[in-house]
Write a protein that binds this ligand. Structure first.
Ligand code: ZN
Length: 558
C-alpha cells in the first residue's frame, strides 16, 4: 500500500513540474517572438529615417555645389579660409601662440604690444643639462615673447618693452628642444620689476589700487587693471608662504609675544585680523573668529609669555600673561574724563538754579523792561531744597570717585615711568637717573594696600568697582614684567603694527575676498618683519622671486 502511494506521489510531482516547465517555455518563446517583431519594426523605421536624412544631406550638398559654381562670394570665402589656414599653420611653426585656449578660439587678455624698445635674441650655446655643444648648428625652433618691465635707470624708472627672439636648439642626447629662459614670471607679459613696484606701493606705501593705476598711467601711460594687481599679490604670496611659516617658527621661540586683534570687513562679514609681535617678528593672521580658538592652535609649541589687553579670549589661553598697563591707564583716564563731564553738568544745573532765582528778582524789581525779541528763554524747572542737597551729594560722590581713580591712575603711571627710566639705564649705563624697579611682591603688596584704603572710603561707583574687580582678577598678570627682564608692561609694539593695517582699511574700506586678504596678510607680515630687521622689502622680494631661499633665510631672524 505504502509503496503504491509513494509511486503515485512521485508521478504526480513529476507531472506538475513538467507542466510548469512547459508553461515557462511557452512564455519565454512568446517574449522572444514579440521582441523580435519589435526590433524588426524599429530597424525598418530607422532605415527609412536614415534614407530621408541622407537624401536631405545630398540635397544640401548639391545645392552648395551649385552655389559655389554660380556665386562669386563663395569663391572669395574659400580663398579667405585658405589664407586663415595658412596663417594658423605659420603660427604653429613659429610657436607664437602656443599657450592657453584651444587652437582657433579668439585670443583674450593683453595683446602683444605693437612696438618695442629693445630687441634681444636668446639662445643656448650648449645644452644646459648635458653640455652638448650647439655651436654652428641652426636653431630647430624660434618663438617671440614680449615683456613689459619697469627698469631702474640713472634718470629714474622707465617702462620698457622688450621683444625676445627665443631660439630653441635640439639636443641629440636629451632628445628635446632646449629654449633659454627669460628672467620673468612664467607666461607673464609683465616683468618682476613692475610687479615689485606695485607690491611696494600697495603693501608698504598703503596706496589704493586706483592711486596705483593712475600713478602708472602718469609714469608710462600703461593701464593695468585692479584685478591684475590683486592676482599679482596673490600669486607672489605663494612662494612667500614658506617665509611666513618660518616667521611663525621664530615667533614661537621668543620669550614673549604681543597679541592684539582688530576688525576686518570681508564681503560684508566681519572677520578679525590677529597681530602677533615679538622683538624681531611681526605676523598678521586672518581668522573669522575673535575667540581664543583663532590662535590657540597656531601658538602650539610656544612656551613664553603673552602680552595682551583685557579681552576675555586671552584669559582662556593657558600661558603666563602680562596685561597691557597702558590699556588700563587709558581706561582710567576715560572714566575720570567722563566723571568730570558729569560733574560739570551737575554743577551747571546748580548754577542755573541760582541764575533763575536771580532773574526772578530782576523781573520783580523792574516790570517796565520790554520783552526781548526772539525765542523765549528756556524755562528752568525750579529745584526744591531737597533736590539741591541731592545734587550736592552727587557731586561730592563724583569727586570721591574721581579722586580714587586718580590714585590708581598715578600708581600705574608712576610704575610705567619707573620702567621707562630703568630701561633707559639699561640701554645707556652713563644715564644720570638711577631708578631701581620694585620687586614683583613689593608692588603687589602696595597695590593691595592702595585698594584697601580706597575700599575703606566706600566704593559706590560702578566704573570704579569694575576696575577694582579687574585689578583683583588679574593681580597675577599685572606685574609679570617685573619677574622677567625683557618683557614690557604694555602692548605698544603690537599697536604700532596694527596702525598700518588700520590705515589700509581706511583707504580701502573693505576687502574683497578671503584669498586676497590672506595673501595681503602674508605680504604685510614679511614687510613689517623686514622693516624691523632693516631689510629692504624689494630686495627680499627679488631674492624670493629668484628662489634664493638660503640667502632669504639668512637675512631674516632665526
Ligand atoms: Zn642635452
Amino acid at each position: 500500500m505504502t509503496n503504491n502511494n509513494f509511486l503515485l506521489a512521485v508521478i504526480l510531482q513529476l507531472i506538475i513540474t513538467l507542466i510548469i516547465f512547459i508553461k515557462k517555455l511557452v512564455l519565454s518563446q512568446k517574449y522572444h517572438l514579440t521582441r523580435y517583431l519589435k526590433d524588426k519594426l524599429d530597424e525598418n523605421k530607422s532605415r527609412k529615417l536614415k534614407k530621408a536624412q541622407d537624401q536631405e544631406i545630398y540635397k544640401q550638398e548639391s545645392l552648395e555645389k551649385i552655389e559655389r559654381k554660380v556665386g562669386k562670394e563663395t569663391y572669395k570665402e574659400q580663398v579667405k579660409n585658405k589664407k586663415v589656414k595658412i596663417k594658423e599653420k605659420n603660427k604653429k611653426i613659429n610657436h607664437i601662440d602656443r599657450k592657453g585656449k584651444p587652437k582657433g578660439s579668439k585670443g583674450g587678455g593683453r595683446r602683444n604690444p605693437s612696438y618695442y624698445d629693445r630687441y634681444e635674441t636668446l639662445e643656448y650655446k650648449k645644452c644646459p643639462d648635458c653640455n652638448q655643444a650647439f655651436q654652428g648648428k641652426r636653431p630647430r625652433d624660434t618663438y617671440f615673447r614680449f615683456l613689459t618691465d619697469l627698469i631702474y635707470e640713472k634718470r629714474g624708472k622707465r617702462l620698457i618693452v622688450t621683444k625676445y627672439e627665443i631660439r630653441g636648439h635640439y639636443c641629440e642626447k636629451c632628445k628635446k628642444i632646449k629654449y633659454p629662459k627669460i628672467d620673468a614670471p612664467p607666461k607673464a607679459r609683465m616683468g618682476w620689476g613692475l610687479i615689485t613696484w606695485v607690491i611696494i606701493k600697495r603693501v608698504c606705501r598703503k596706496m589704493s589700487f586706483d592711486w596705483i593705476i593712475s600713478d602708472l598711467v602718469d609714469l608710462c601711460s600703461e593701464k593695468i587693471s585692479k584685478t591684475t594687481f590683486i592676482m599679482w599679490i596673490r600669486k607672489t604670496a605663494k612662494p612667500l608662504c614658506r617665509i611666513y611659516k618660518h616667521l611663525w617658527k621664530v615667533a614661537k621661540k621668543s620669550n614673549y609675544i604681543h597679541i592684539d586683534e582688530t576688525g576686518l570687513p570681508i564681503n560684508g562679514e566681519n572677520w578679525w585680523l590677529w597681530v602677533l609681535v615679538t622683538k624681531n617678528v611681526a605676523i598678521y593672521h586672518v581668522h573669522s573668529s575673535r575667540g581664543h580658538e583663532a590662535i590657540e592652535q597656531e601658538l602650539d609649541g610656544f612656551t613664553g609669555i603673552i602680552i595682551a589687553d583685557f579681552w576675555s579670549a586671552y584669559n582662556k589661553l593657558d600661558y603666563e600673561q602680562q596685561k597691557c598697563l597702558i590699556h588700563l591707564i587709558r581706561e582710567l583716564e576715560k572714566i575720570i574724563y567722563d566723571k568730570l563731564r558729569k560733574k560739570k553738568g551737575l554743577q551747571q544745573k546748580l548754577q542755573d538754579k541760582f541764575q533763575a532765582e536771580k532773574n526772578e528778582e530782576e523781573t520783580q524789581s523792574s516790570t517796565t523792561i520790554k520783552r526781548k525779541r526772539g525765542r523765549p528763554r528756556k524755562l528752568i524747572p525750579e529745584l526744591s531744597p531737597e533736590e539741591t542737597s541731592l545734587l550736592k551729594k552727587d557731586i561730592s560722590l563724583l569727586d570721591q570717585t574721581i579722586w580714587n581713580c586718580l590714585l590708581i591712575l598715578f600708581f600705574f603711571k608712576n610704575l610705567i615711568h619707573q620702567y621707562n627710566e630703568a630701561k633707559k639705564n639699561q640701554d645707556n649705563p652713563n644715564n644720570s637717573s638711577n631708578i631701581q624697579l620694585l620687586s614683583f611682591e613689593d608692588i603687589k603688596n602696595s597695590l593691595d594696600s592702595l585698594i584697601k584704603t580706597i575700599k575703606k572710603s566706600g566704593v559706590k561707583d560702578g566704573d570704579l568697582n569694575r576696575i577694582i574687580k579687574r585689578l583683583h582678577k588679574f593681580e597675577n598678570s599685572l606685574f609679570t614684567f617685573l619677574k622677567y627682564k625683557d618683557v614690557p608692561p604694555h602692548n605698544n609694539p603690537v599697536e604700532q603694527k596694527i596702525r598700518p593695517f588700520v590705515l589700509q582699511r581706511k583707504i580701502s574700506g573693505k576687502f574683497g575676498s578671503e584669498g586676497g586678504i590672506d595673501a595681503y596678510a602674508i605680504h604685510l607680515s614679511i614687510f613689517e618683519t623686514s622693516k624691523m630687521n632693516k631689510i629692504e622689502y624689494n630686495e627680499l622680494l627679488n631674492l624670493v622671486f629668484h628662489e634664493k631661499w638660503e640667502e632669504v633665510l639668512n637675512r631674516l631672524p632665526n
